[in-house]
Each structure stands twice: as C-alpha cells, then as structure tokens.
Design a protein around this ligand. Structure first.
Ligand code: NHR
Ligand code: GAR
Length: 218
C-alpha cells in the first residue's frame, strides 16, 4: 500500500528536455521530501533529461523504442527495467510513448502523468495549437493517474493559464510549463506522503473520495 511506504521509490520516465524532471529533482532534493528518485528512464538515447539525471547523480536507463518491432515488446522491456528497481511510483514527465493496456494494468494506481491541457479538453498531442485554434481564453495543465484510457485517467489536479493576445503555441507552452513545474512536485509529494491513492477509478485524498480535482491558482 502506498500509504505504508516510508520512503517511496520514484522512477521518472521522460522523452525530451526534462524540465519537469528538473522540477522534481529540485523538489525531492529538499531535506524533508518523503521520497527518492531512484532512476530516470528514457525512450530516446539523446534526451536532455538523461543529462539532467546524470548531473543529479541519479541512475538512468534507456529503452529505445526504435529498436523494437512493436509496442508490446517495447513495453515489456520498459516494464522489466522498472520492475527490477521496485518503485512505489512511476512519474511520466513529458514521456511521449503511448503505453499498452498490459503495462498500465500492471501498474494500476502507481503511474502519474502531466498533460498540457485542461482535460478532458485536448487529450493527445499539439494541445497548445488546438487551444489557440479553438479561440479558448483559458488553457492549462492536468495531473492524472494513467489508465488504459489515453489522457482519460482520473484527474488529481489542474492549473489554469490565461491565453493572451498574440500568444503562439510556443509562448503558451512556456506559460503552461511554468505551472507544470509548480503543480507536479506538489502532487508527487502528496502521493509520497500516502495522502493520494487510486482505488479502482476513484482518487482518494486522505482516504476520502476526491469530489473534484485540486485547482492551483496563483
Ligand atoms: N499511456 C496510457 N496507456 N495512458 C495514458 O494516459 C498515457 C499513456 C502514455 C503517455 C502521456 C500523454 C500526454 O500527456 C501519456 C499518457 C504520447 C502520445 C502519443 O500520441 C499521446 C499522449 C501522451 C503521450 N505518442 C505517439 C505514439 O505513437 C508518439 C509521439 C512522439 O513520439 O512524439 O506513442 O500527452
Ligand atoms: C511538458 O509540457 C508536458 O506537459 C508535455 O511535454 C512537455 C515536456 O517537457 N507532455 C506531453 O505532451 C505528453 N504527451 P519537459 O520534457 O521539459 O518536462
């Protein structure tokens, strides 16, 4: 049970720049943080996230998806690399490969994702472009548990960003990422403290069903 673990072992999976990984490294390095990042896994051998991990003295592993014929084999190797490190939590931080049903079922309630939109709006890719295209005034970020329902797992927390005149997808992504770097460490801390759990499809916070996602406002 996550709630019974004393110093949860966290694995972070990333694919690219790793700015969310960096925010988590910084948060976890605080003396009182109730968990450790034991490894960073990546599907791209040249991702900058790997350098950030190495810089922080964190073990890394790479499972390069281009070396596998299908998703099942890729996920099988990814799962093996994760299993042998016996994590209590797997954090997707800009991880760009859709995970198979078998994988997400094996880790039910143990995988969090940060997605750059106010889900259920804009699951999938190019979220900033799509929000601008739709003429939205508000955009944002969602942290959710990962299930087989792509970007549709139970939501834990959200933060809003105002869309301003002249915003481009790139500018909007920057603004959303500022919120990501605040929100994700908060949610990961809750999980590590045993305050956040998934029972079936229900998020529990302090043992009680969460009626609506936490909303970060600045
Ligand atoms: N897997 C499952 N089963 N469920 C989720 O909710 C997942 C997941 C894997 C990743 C992150 C997600 C996001 O936050 C995530 C959530 C990649 C794609 C995608 O289409 C979609 C959603 C997310 C991540 N990936 C392409 C693919 O074919 C590859 C794109 C690329 O390499 O650039 O896997 O947005
Ligand atoms: C983040 O904005 C994250 O929300 C998004 O990619 C970025 C990764 O940045 N995730 C997805 O789009 C998942 N499909 P980072 O590598 O600097 O953390």
């Amino acid at each position: 049970m996550p709630g019974d673990v004393t110093n949860p072992r966290i694995i972070v999976l990333a694919s690219g720049n790793g700015s969310n990984l960096q925010a988590l490294i910084d948060a976890v390095s605080a003396r009182d943080f109730p968990g450790d990042i034991v490894a960073v896994g990546c599907n791209r051998p040249r991702a900058f996230a790997l350098e950030r991990a190495a810089q922080a003295g964190i073990e890394t592993f790479v499972v390069d998806h281009t070396e596998y014929d299908n998703r099942e084999d890729f996920d099988g190797m990814l799962k093996a690399e994760i299993d042998r490190r016996a994590p209590d939590l797997v954090v997707l931080a800009g991880f760009m490969r859709i995970l198979t049903t078998e994988f997400v079922r094996a880790f039910h309630g143990l995988v969090l994702n940060i997605h750059p939109s106010l889900l259920p709006k804009y699951p999938g890719l190019k979220t900033h472009f799509r929000a601008l295209e739709a003429g939205d005034k508000i955009h944002g970020v969602t942290v959710h548990f990962v299930t087989e329902d792509l970007d549709g797992g139970p939501t834990v927390a959200q933060a809003e960003v105002e869309i301003e005149e002249g915003d481009t997808p790139e500018r909007l992504a920057e603004k959303v990422q500022q919120q990501e770097h605040v929100l994700y460490p908060i949610v990961v801390r809750w999980f590590c403290e045993g305050r956040l759990q998934l029972h079936g499809n229900q998020v529990l916070f302090d043992g009680e069903p969460l009626p609506k996602p936490f909303y970060l406002t600045d």
